[in-house]
Design a protein around this ligand. Structure first.
Ligand SMILES: *[C@@H]1O[C@H](CO)[C@@H](O)[C@H](O)[C@H]1NC(C)=O
Length: 181
């Protein structure tokens, strides 16, 4: 009896998940030749990271103005990944760093202009899906997409390390050689 219930539950949960992942993209984006899918392929090459779950990158490149299935939560994780990367690298190089200096470095990396610059350099303004009334080049939107990339990689790889590695590649801080190799 319990065993049967278990199986029924498992099946319904897995079909639920299938439903969720199928909903990551709209129907048109299923075609691998749509401009959005091509942009996602190119972005993965730029990041030097291949997603197991393409749906996660699709979601990372979806602004809330476009869909309810968007990058908001991924970008929250992403900003923590960026801050963790900088804090770990800074403290690994210098355990004597002051709290004030470390906080300054964390603010620098998460600040909107900084992450928008990184995002624009990657060309995310040309990838992220927004509503027709929304300007995808606005710093907050580019920044959200940029942060969401690292949230998406961390979830995809089930480790922050993978996301941190990509962060150093695209952020490209020559002063932080320890984790940039
Ligand atoms: C979109 O936003 C960018 C960055 O804020 C700005 O430079 C550009 O002029 C805006 N484009 C339009 C059409 O408003």
């Amino acid at each position: 009896m319990h065993v049967v219930l278990f199986f029924v539950t498992t099946i319904s949960i897995s079909s639920l998940f299938q439903g969720v992942s199928a909903d990551y993209g709209d129907r048109a984006s299923k075609s691998s030749s749509s401009p959005f899918e091509i942009a996602l392929e190119n972005l993965q090459k730029q990041l030097d990271y291949k997603f197991q779950s393409g749906g996660l990158l699709r979601r990372a490149m979806t602004h809330p103005s476009f869909s309810g299935e968007n990058n908001k939560a991924l970008s929250i994780l992403g900003i923590r990944v960026m801050e963790t990367s900088v804090a770990l690298s800074s403290l690994s190089r210098n355990t004597e760093i002051s709290a004030k200096e470390l906080n300054r470095l964390l603010i620098d990396v998460s600040e909107e202009n900084a992450c928008a610059a990184d995002g624009l350099r990657l060309g995310l303004q040309n990838v992220v899906r927004v509503s027709s009334k929304t300007n995808a080049s606005m710093p907050l939107i580019v920044c959200g997409a940029f942060r969401a990339v690292f949230g998406a990689i961390a979830v995809d790889a089930t480790t922050v390390d993978a996301a941190s590695k990509v962060f150093w590649i695209v952020h490209g801080d020559g002063d932080l050689p320890l984790l940039s190799s």
